[in-house]
Design a protein around this ligand. Structure first.
Ligand code: NAD
Length: 505
């Protein structure tokens, strides 16, 4: 691995201005300190929001396809720095290198999507009930978009939001997780490279402060939530955080887009292709060490194949390579910190107390680093969907339950408070369709013969119930970042009223 200071300089990252003692940043890989940063104050956050608002007032008048050019250049800079930024993601979040680089690829994909979108911010033309009238919808830039992000997708979440927000004519203020501030500063440095290229081509168009980063903890997120100048607050993280910020934003009648916790289930039906299912279960449940919002946490297996499926998973779990996330053959990297490890152990203890049988879950020593928290993924056979199974523990724990009737499997899938991702493995077309129907899975993502995690950017991403109801990324998620005006135009020589109302003067 290249030295970390070489990596910083390749990314154009110089955080001398941000150096300080407020925030010690450690790599989950070995527990070693990466940097020590000064956090922004609430006052500085308020100034940043003010500056972003001024940037928005200028940027909203730049034609959308020209705004798209900035995002095209961002995608270009990200392509040039894909491996370096991906390595930094791995060092700071602990996810394995192919996932770290994959996360940067996701940023590039959404930039490409947003560039195309910058020429397609379409409104409707609507039939008017009045002669000589026309109705239409116009979509306009919204304002300052505040982004709060979680540690487990330290860069992609910013890009899902910002690529769309920028082509839609908005300014962005980002409060990344306090566990992953360095990747955020690197992304900001790359954004500034793209901005400089844009300004070379088109001097005077780009306002200052179009994209800013706030380094710090929850108080800065709360500042974004409170500020009436933040037109949309897009918050990704735990349900606990979402409840807090959504309440604050609702109090000022603001808009929020919430992407919160998941507790994702998969049904394995008797007709399932078990070799495909086994790969999907393993990637979904142990990938990113179980620290994805879409990680598979609950598996419902038909009784007729239960023993076969569970013993296959146990075999794979015993051999899956846990280790240094920079090694090419590692599949499971570390948990983010000791807090995550303790939460996992206490969930396993509760599962046992509720009648579960646990395999795995123990701590694994990697390079003898006592400040790093590696674990063998845990498989827990549960007699029923008890209290702990309703809870999202952000670690590689897979609860397995058996079912006999298809309707019971759907009921179990939908019985938890969260509603993000779900999947079924079946070759029975009736079951597949029933799973996706109105009476099937109640989640935002309902997949057939594919796992719960690893969504593509082309679809709208998000979930229902406690997951918060937000949709980001593809499809028409861009509409979150714009305001809609309905226009009625009268080109006749009379003034008829709607609904035939008479009002003659
Ligand atoms: P977290 O809720 O602890 O922190 C997320 C962010 O919220 C951080 O930036 C944090 O500083 C900020 N924050 C915390 N309390 C706040 C408050 N009161 N006001 C304002 N900001 C506050 O989450 P985490 O541990 O970083 O991430 C894991 C969680 O995120 C899991 O629940 C996971 O499912 C969820 N997640 C969801 C998605 C999704 O798209 N649905 C994606 C990634 C992660």
């Amino acid at each position: 691995m290249m030295h970390i200071s070489t990596l910083f300089s390749k990314l154009g990252l110089d955080f001398a201005a941000q150096a300080g003692d407020d925030l010690q940043v450690r790599s989950p890989r070995d527990g070693a300190a990466i940097a020590s940063l000064q956090t922004h104050t609430v006052q500085e956050a308020e100034t940043a929001i003010q500056n972003a608002h001024q940037a928005f007032e200028k940027w909203r008048s730049v034609p959308a396809p020209v705004r798209g050019e900035l995002v095209r250049l961002l995608g270009e800079v990200l392509r040039e720095n894909r491996e370096q930024l991906g390595t930094l993601v791995t060092l700071e979040s602990g996810k394995i290198l192919s996932e770290g680089i994959g996360e940067v690829q996701e940023m590039i994909d959404i930039c490409d999507f947003a560039v195309g979108l910058s020429r397609q911010l379409y409104g409707l033309t609507i039939a008017s009930e009045r002669a000589g009238h026309r109705m239409m919808e116009s979509w306009h830039p919204l304002g300052v978009v505040g982004v709060i992000s979680a540690f487990n997708f330290p860069v992609a979440v910013w890009c899902w939001n910002s690529a769309l927000a920028l082509v839609c004519g908005n300014a962005v203020v980002w409060k990344p997780s306090e566990k992953t501030p360095i990747t955020a500063l690197a992304v900001q440095a790359l954004f500034e490279q793209a901005a400089a290229r844009f300004s070379e081509q088109r001097p005077d168009l780009l306002p200052k402060h179009l994209s800013q980063v706030l380094i710090g903890r929850a108080d800065l997120g709360e500042t974004l939530a409170r500020s009436p100048k933040v037109a949309l607050l897009s918050a990704t993280g735990s349900v606990r955080m979402g409840r807090k910020v959504a309440t604050v934003v609702a109090e000022r009648l603001g808009r929020s887009l919430l992407e919160l916790g998941g507790n994702n289930g998969m049904i394995i039906a008797p007709s399932a292709d078990l070799s495909l299912a086994l790969r999907a279960i393993t990637f979904s449940a142990v990938g990113t060490a179980g620290q994805r919002c879409t990680s598979l946490r609950r598996l419902f297996v038909h009784s007729s194949i239960y023993d076969e499926v569970v013993s296959s998973i146990e075999r794979v779990y015993a051999s899956v390579k846990v280790g240094d996330p920079l090694n090419a053959d590692t599949l499971v990297g570390p948990l983010v910190d000791q807090h995550a490890f303790d939460a996992m152990q206490s969930a396993l203890a509760q599962a046992k107390a509720e009648g579960g049988t646990v395999t795995g879950g123990e701590r694994v020593s990697v390079n003898g680093d006592s400040n790093a928290f590696y674990v063998r993924p845990a498989l827990v056979r549960m007699p029923q969907q008890s209290a702990i199974v309703h809870h999202e523990t952000f670690a590689p724990i897979l609860y397995v339950l058996r079912y006999d009737q298809f309707d019971d499997a759907i009921r179990l899938n939908n019985a938890v408070p969260q509603g993000l991702s779900s999947a079924i493995f079946t070759n029975d077309v009736r079951e597949a369709e029933a799973f996706m129907a109105a009476t099937g899975s109640d989640c935002g993502l309902a997949n057939v013969n594919i796992g719960t995690s690893g969504a593509e950017i082309g679809g709208a991403f998000g979930g229902e119930k406690d997951t918060g109801g937000g949709r980001e990324s593809g499809s028409d998620a861009w509409k979150n970042y714009m305001r809609r005006a309905t226009n009625t135009i009268n080109y006749s020589r009379t003034l008829p009223l709607a609904q035939g109302v008479k009002f003659d003067i």
